[in-house]
Design a protein around this ligand. Structure first.
Ligand code: GUN
Length: 298
């Protein structure tokens, strides 16, 4: 839990520090792994599959492997050329499914042209699906069954939990309906519990009177991928604003929220960078540890 005196506060608004929270989670994971491995248990293992040379994917994968090394998770890298066939990739996924040292399988997306991402994701054993992208994982989430939750929305809920910003009974508006963020986030906010039990509205590009819907939100989640799309007039005084956007603009990285205009009127807000972004990798590590615990009966 983040203590009150650790919160960065400007003009009464809490700035939610995702960088620090992610570092806390990595440190907790590292301690758990160290203590368990000291008893003679094998370390958790994550297979990391990267096909092709996409520069952004190479950076993401390097960061994920670095975070694994820092916490004591073994990463098993698989770098394949862009010319890899669907059958070759499916064979590698099958080998990772069968490997008892592998607790999680990360298939970095997007795949090069000619490879069918849906087919490949479907081939991953749902019990090793630490990205939470398999239809079985999505189904488990919607049905409220135990399973892996997509890392970015899981990270959003973890920030609310650690900053003690309960959504129970409150109006939540999610702007964006992607499979990776908007839809799973809406499902999480509808789950029972203090950090669920919200009254959830999901908005998208065809929503009428979007600004008026957003103004109703006690909790506003922006995941549309458009720089500074959420302006001050769309935010209720005292709302909690969570910005999931990461947009590269000429002025540098910015979120989906016009942060400078919004930050003074909110109860709490995530900055970009340093808000939700660092939580994604932390939750990938947490999902890998969750798989390791359940596979080993820890
Ligand atoms: N590409 C961009 N973000 C992600 C992610 O979180 N997981 C995977 N597998 N690919 C991605």
């Amino acid at each position: 839990m983040i203590q009150k005196d650790e919160k960065k506060i400007t003009d009464g608004s809490t700035i939610i520090d995702g960088k620090k929270t992610a570092a806390d989670i990595r440190s907790e994971i590292r301690t758990e792994i160290e203590q368990t491995v000291a008893k003679g248990v094998r370390a958790p293992g994550l297979a990391v599959i990267l096909v092709g040379e996409d520069p952004a994917s190479q950076v993401y994968v390097r960061n994920k492997e670095r975070a694994c090394a820092e916490t004591g998770i073994l990463s098993f890298p698989h770098r394949l050329p862009a010319t890899t066939s669907q059958d070759e990739l499916l064979a590698l996924i099958a080998a990772c499914n069968a490997d008892p040292a592998v607790d999680g399988i990360l298939l970095q997306l997007p795949l090069p042209a000619g490879l069918d991402a849906d087919k490949c994701l479907l081939a991953i054993d749902p019990d090793k699906d630490v990205d939470g992208f398999h239809p079985v994982s999505v189904g488990r989430l919607v049905l409220g069954l135990p399973g892996f939750v997509s890392c970015t929305p899981a990270g959003v809920i973890e920030l609310l939990r650690r900053y003690d910003l309960p959504t129970e009974g409150r109006k939540a508006v999610v702007v964006g309906r992607s499979n990776i963020v908007g839809k799973p986030l809406a499902s999480l906010l509808m789950r029972p519990g203090r950090f669920g039990n919200a009254t959830v509205t999901v908005c998208h590009s065809r929503t009428e009177n979007l600004a008026a819907v957003c103004r109703e939100a006690d909790f506003l989640f922006a995941a549309i991928g458009r720089p500074k799309f959420i302006t001050a007039d769309m935010v209720k005084e005292g709302a909690v604003v969570i910005d999931v956007g990461i947009n590269r603009t000429e002025e540098g990285l910015c979120g989906d929220v016009d942060y400078a205009a919004v930050c003074d009127k909110v109860q709490a807000i995530t900055p970009v960078p340093g808000g939700v972004g660092p939580m994604t990798i932390a939750m990938l590590l947490a999902n890998t540890v969750q798989s390791w615990r359940s596979r080993l009966g820890l």
